[in-house]
Design a protein around this ligand. Structure first.
Ligand SMILES: NC(=O)c1ccc[n+]([C@@H]2O[C@H](COP(=O)([O-])OP(=O)(O)OC[C@H]3O[C@@H](n4cnc5c(N)ncnc54)[C@H](O)[C@@H]3O)[C@@H](O)[C@H]2O)c1
Length: 357
């Protein structure tokens, strides 16, 4: 049986989690003469049951393949998709389906947001990160010379179909990468996630572990809860940025050669330390960050001399507001709050907890 997680807001939709969810697709694109199914090159075969279900329901189906990963999140990819959509004479009543990781749902989502000023899209995420984060919440985007994800649009999908069967081929390293976001969701919104990982950390570190489905569903619920009330990142959505301020800075100075989940993992330990050293977070909860992340095989430390460079990189993070440095910290388990402009001694004390060696 499938689990249905509703996402509220102006354009509500459901995230459906289950095994083999292709039969849920046709109703989401009702009325579309043509449906364009675009798959990441590593998961093209996952598009077959989706395309078959659409054809059986009477739609003309066009299948496209795009590259995977960050290179595919480019203006060239989007321009290529726009050209194909033009050749196929896709109208506003038609629809698109994106099948792949977060890079794919971001770039295809952006093409859908911009074609005819927005046509329907269904996301079918195939990575853990895509399922619990990228495909849910309506943000789409591409990378440009100016940086990662600086160009994009808010364009909520009409549905998200999470087929747990696709995880069978997901490399363990990709799973672990996504687990950083699952741990984040646990700390900001659902401590049961942390308890489930504690119960069986080895199985939480691989796709198809005992509690995989529950971890995925609970993480989606945390994101659903936040984005339902705040699509455009004015307030509560900021809590999703927990661990990401330092994480983004690490990614930037590593020129994006470090996996996102690794950077976030280090960022989470730093954010916990900020909470501790500002007298807001108890030691037990703060310590639990590095303990859990280490058990999952995620890194928790970084170069000891990197703080000045990281502070500089954090200044240009698009999520900082004006000249102010904002960090999401915890006042306790499941209690995210904002720490504005911590002074340099606080940053140094917190950074000492992630500095290795
Ligand atoms: N829009 C948002 O709110 C949001 C949130 C978080 C992250 N993101 C974006 O998501 C992207 C990262 O997503 P990701 O980690 O899924 O990476 P990804 O999309 O690059 O996928 C990682 C790799 O796994 C492969 N893959 C995907 N599914 C597979 C499967 N089932 N079996 C085998 N291989 C598979 C892909 O082809 C790719 O090579 C980043 O670009 C990030 O900016 C967006």
């Amino acid at each position: 049986v499938s689990t249905v997680i509703p996402i509220g807001g102006d354009a509500p939709y459901n995230v459906v989690v289950g095994h083999g969810v292709a039969d849920q697709l046709p109703p989401l694109v009702a009325g579309a003469a043509t449906v364009v199914v675009i798959a990441d090159r590593h998961v093209v075969e996952r598009a077959t049951p989706l395309a078959d279900a659409l054809e059986a329901a009477g739609h003309r189906v066009e299948r496209l393949e795009i590259g995977d990963g960050e290179q595919a999140k480019s203006l060239e990819s989007v321009a290529g998709l726009w050209d194909r959509l033009g050749e196929l004479r896709i109208t506003r009543s038609d629809a698109m389906v994106a099948v792949g990781g977060g890079a794919t749902t971001d770039v295809v989502g952006f093409a859908a947001a911009t074609w005819l000023r927005g046509i329907r899209i269904v996301h079918v995420p195939t990575t853990l990160l895509g399922m619990v984060d990228a495909a849910v919440g309506g943000k789409t985007g591409i990378n440009t010379a100016a940086g990662k994800n600086l160009v994009g649009a808010f364009h909520p999908p009409v549905g998200v179909l999470v087929d747990l069967d696709v995880l069978a081929t997901l490399p363990a390293a990709q799973w672990v990468n996504g687990m950083a976001e699952v741990v984040k969701a646990g700390f900001i919104g659902d401590p049961t996630i942390l308890d489930l990982i504690d119960l069986d950390p080895e199985s939480a570190a691989v796709p198809g572990g005992t509690h995989s489905r529950e971890l995925i569903e609970r993480s989606i619920l945390v994101k659903a809860d936040v984005v339902s009330v705040d699509l455009r990142e004015s307030g509560r959505r900021e809590s999703l940025n927990y661990g990401h301020t330092l994480g983004h800075a690490i990614e930037a100075i590593e020129h994006y050669q470090i996996p996102h989940g690794h950077a976030v993992s280090i960022g989470l330990v730093f954010a916990a330390a900020l909470g501790r050293h500002s007298g807001r977070l108890d030691d037990h909860t703060a310590d639990r960050h590095a303990e859990l992340l280490t058990r999952l095989g995620l890194p928790t430390s970084y170069r000891p001399d990197a703080l000045p460079q990281l502070v500089e990189a954090m200044r240009v993070d698009k999520k900082s507001r004006g000249a102010m440095q904002r960090f999401v910290v915890l006042d306790g388990l499941g209690m995210p709050a904002i720490l504005d402009d911590p002074d340099s001694s606080l940053l140094e004390a917190a950074y000492a907890e992630v500095a290795d060696g």
